[in-house]
Design a protein around this ligand. Structure first.
Ligand SMILES: Nc1ncnc2c1ncn2[C@@H]1O[C@H](COP(=O)(O)OP(=O)(O)OP(=O)(O)O)[C@@H](O)[C@H]1O
Ligand SMILES: [Mg+2]
Length: 230
């Protein structure tokens, strides 16, 4: 099954939005972009800073809408005009991990992950079980009672990932998830992400770091608004 299908997508930020940057020209960030990602595929997209990687992820996550072209997510065609309930139903299945994810400072790791599980509508007991399962899977059980201020960058990323995974998502969008980490922590985080392959997740990662390609089955370069298979 095709989880993501983009055909000839075009997107540009409007002049109004760029006004603060003191320019009047609108730039075409995404010019003619096509991409297919199948169920359980691990796909890497690299490209220079400013090439539109985050913009592309926002289009896939339905946070931005294309100006033209066709976008299907989980087989459903979604445009700017699509009803909100269709958009929300798809968003529920998507986990978006930011480069520097927000972790509330007043909740312990365990409390935060449990709270995210509760948001799916399950009861407390089930939320606790699910949280524990992912704490174990991502090897962060030892961190369960800590507050985010005492976590390292790599640990924070794994906690943020667990908080997405308890929500029963199936498509993970990872935006430079190891951009701020040293080599050792990068390796740990990627090992955990790679292990998700056996659990059926589909993963799209954008990054500057071309060295990550060994963790992925498909690799594209984003440049001048379109993708080139590597
Ligand atoms: N909200 C916005 N309004 C106007 N222009 C924007 C906005 N967001 C991004 N841009 C512009 O669009 C282009 C692509 O930005 P984007 O954030 O997608 O790049 P990126 O490849 O993710 O870069 P990086 O590797 O630095 O994260 C940049 O030129 C940027 O200035
Ligand atoms: Mg970016």
């Amino acid at each position: 099954m095709e989880i993501v299908s983009l055909k000839n997508i075009q997107f540009n930020f409007s002049e109004k939005k760029r006004r603060t940057l003191n320019t009047t020209t609108s730039i075409a960030v995404i010019k003619d972009l096509s991409l297919t990602v199948n169920e359980n595929e691990f796909c890497l997209i690299t490209g220079p800073s400013g090439s539109g990687k985050t913009t592309l992820m926002h289009i896939i996550a339905l946070m931005l809408h294309q100006k033209s072209g066709e976008r299907k997510i989980f087989g459903k065609k979604i445009t700017k005009e699509s009803p909100l309930d269709e958009i929300y139903a798809i968003r529920k299945k998507i986990g978006y991990l930011f480069q520097s994810p927000y972790l509330p400072s007043h909740l312990t790791v365990k409390q935060f992950i449990e709270a995210q599980a509760l948001l799916t509508g399950v009861g407390m007991r089930s939320a606790r079980e699910r949280a524990y399962e992912w704490l174990e899977e991502l090897k962060i059980v030892d961190l369960a009672n800590l507050l985010p201020t005492s976590l390292s960058g790599g640990e924070r990323q794994r906690v943020a990932l667990a908080a997405l995974l308890v929500k029963d998502v199936s498509l993970l969008l990872l935006d430079e998830p190891t951009g701020n980490l040293d080599e050792e922590n990068k390796e740990i985080v990627w090992k955990q992400i790679t292990a998700l392959k056996n659990k059926g997740f589909t993963v799209i990662t954008v990054s500057h770091d071309e060295h990550l390609h060994s963790f992925f089955e498909s690799h594209y370069l984003l440049n001048y608004g379109s993708l080139k298979k590597q």
